[in-house]
Design a protein around this ligand. Structure first.
Ligand code: CMC
Length: 431
């Protein structure tokens, strides 16, 4: 970490403490409070980490005011427009854009790891058919440590590399298997002649009874969705992966923890919730009713796909997806999709409403992604698994960065205890 050039001064009951301030390459300065408890005997209090940097990182940067998202310095709209998912994976994992030879080698390596252990097919059969694919994924990805225990030693750099490649390569296979299992169709093996996105579509939509040809337009849209979800600095699921790994737990268990966290409707589960909301609204004339509910403090309803902890101007991923939704639906000949019309009108109404303007609430990545995924043919239950498989590279890049950091410590937040102080146990007959 860079040397501290500035200091903050904290005064507690007349005693002054000097705290180093670090200046990042981008973003606000950070006050180092690591020695505060040892020196002053106090903790800091920040539920939800609204003002706390939990680590230093060189992977992803968000400027919430500008609506900017950079991976290793490259803007997300350039990556979505010019790159493809496996190149973005390389960039996130290794920190630079690969040469043609490096990219080819990386693509071959990932492609050669897409099959899962055959025994996993039987493992799937332990789940109920109507399990949500996210429930199945949490279980199966966690179980990868039982199937691939030759890459679970986090202190071995080669194990870490193999685990990273296995996770990136096998997550689409596992997500597609979870889907096939939920609809009672046979599992489809990966095909090495297809690229990452096309292969995922093949594993989801082909059946043994007839030939399935992947539509290149759909494959490109799928790839773009993968890119837009690839990483997002220290969000809830990434922080979960980092915290779980800080104890030295194996990478498969940690990614399963990340998937579990992502599932919540305030995080990755919002894409499913958003499409369900658009369906419930149904027609544009019902929009005012839902806007009123979202503004009503006595109603827990929130506009799903709206708002973000960091973006306070625009979510650059939503911008790309809105354009992509238009293109994909037109190319698929479903541009009169009523959900797209409801979404566009809802966005228009909300963006002109003083409540949403004042609270800086804008469409986020989940607002338009569901419309594209539905047009491709996915049921809503697959939206969050698709987010999870795309985000795996982000989780694993952040995990690798953390494990390689010599300053790594087990994560152990403190608390503001407001419970009872010590008291004597009361025997049951005396209570
Ligand atoms: N609809 C209506 N009001 C909202 C919404 C919304 N979607 N989001 C925030 N608000 C209000 C909220 O009621 C609060 O009002 P007040 O100040 O009067 O109490 C204010 O805006 C600030 O909200 P917050 O919950 O304190 O903000 P946060 O930074 O903790 O939460 C959020 C961010 C994304 C969880 C939240 O905006 C939300 O619940 N959005 C809907 C779910 C969603 O779309 N999640 C996907 C996020 S992007 C993808 C991802 O990260 O996985």
């Amino acid at each position: 970490m860079a040397e501290s050039t500035k200091k903050a001064t904290l005064n507690i009951d007349g005693t002054t403490y000097e705290l180093p301030i670090y200046s990042p390459t981008a973003g606000p300065d950070v006050i180092d409070i690591r020695k505060l408890y040892a020196d002053a005997g106090v903790f800091t209090y920040d539920p939800g980490f609204t003002s706390t940097a939990s680590c230093d990182s060189t992977i992803t940067y968000i400027d919430g005011g500008k609506g900017e998202l950079l991976h290793r310095g490259y803007p997300i709209d350039q990556l979505a427009g010019k790159s493809h998912y496996l190149e973005v994976c390389f960039l996130l994992l290794y920190g630079y854009l690969p040469t043609a030879a490096e990219l080819e080698k990386f693509e071959i390596t990932v492609t050669r790891h897409t099959m899962v252990h055959e025994q996993m097919h039987y493992f799937f059969r332990g789940f109920r058919r109507d399990s949500h694919p996210m429930a199945t994924m949490v279980g199966v990805v966690g179980a990868m440590s039982a199937f691939y225990h030759d890459s679970t030693d986090v202190n071995d750099a080669w194990h870490r590399e193999v685990a990273a490649i296995r996770l990136i390569a096998k997550l689409p296979t596992i997500a597609a298997m979870a889907y096939k299992y939920s609809i009672g169709q046979p599992f489809v093996y990966p095909r090495n002649d297809l690229d990452y996105a096309a292969n995922f579509l093949h594993m989801c939509f082909s059946v043994p009874a007839e030939e399935y040809n992947v539509n290149p337009i759909v494959a490109r849209a799928m790839d773009r969705i993968f890119i837009l979800h690839a990483d997002h600095e220290q969000n809830a699921s990434t922080s979960t992966v980092r915290l779980a790994s800080s104890s030295g737990a194996n990478p498969f268990a940690c990614i399963a923890a990340g998937i579990a966290c992502l599932w919540g409707p305030a995080h990755g589960g919002a894409n499913q919730a958003c499409l369900e909301m658009l369906r419930e609204i149904g027609t544009v004339d019902r929009i005012p009713e839902f806007i009123a509910r979202a503004k009503d403090k006595n109603d827990p309803f929130r506009l799903m796909g709206f708002g973000h902890r960091v973006y306070k101007n625009t979510d650059p991923r939503a911008k790309v997806l809105k354009q992509s939704a238009d293109e994909v639906l037109e190319l698929l000949g479903v541009d009169d999709n009523p959900l797209l019309q409801v979404a566009k009108e809802l966005e228009h109404v909300a963006l002109n409403d003083p409540y949403f303007i004042e609270k800086k609430l804008f469409p986020n990545v989940d607002f338009y992604s569901g419309i594209i995924l539905e047009a491709i043919g996915f049921p809503t239950s697959m939206f969050t698994p698709i987010f999870a498989l795309s985000r795996t590279v982000g989780w694993i890049s952040q995990w690798k960065e953390m494990i390689a950091d010599p300053q790594m410590k087990i994560g152990r937040p403190r608390q503001l205890y407001l419970g009872e102080t010590s008291r004597d146990y009361v025997d049951i007959e005396n209570r």
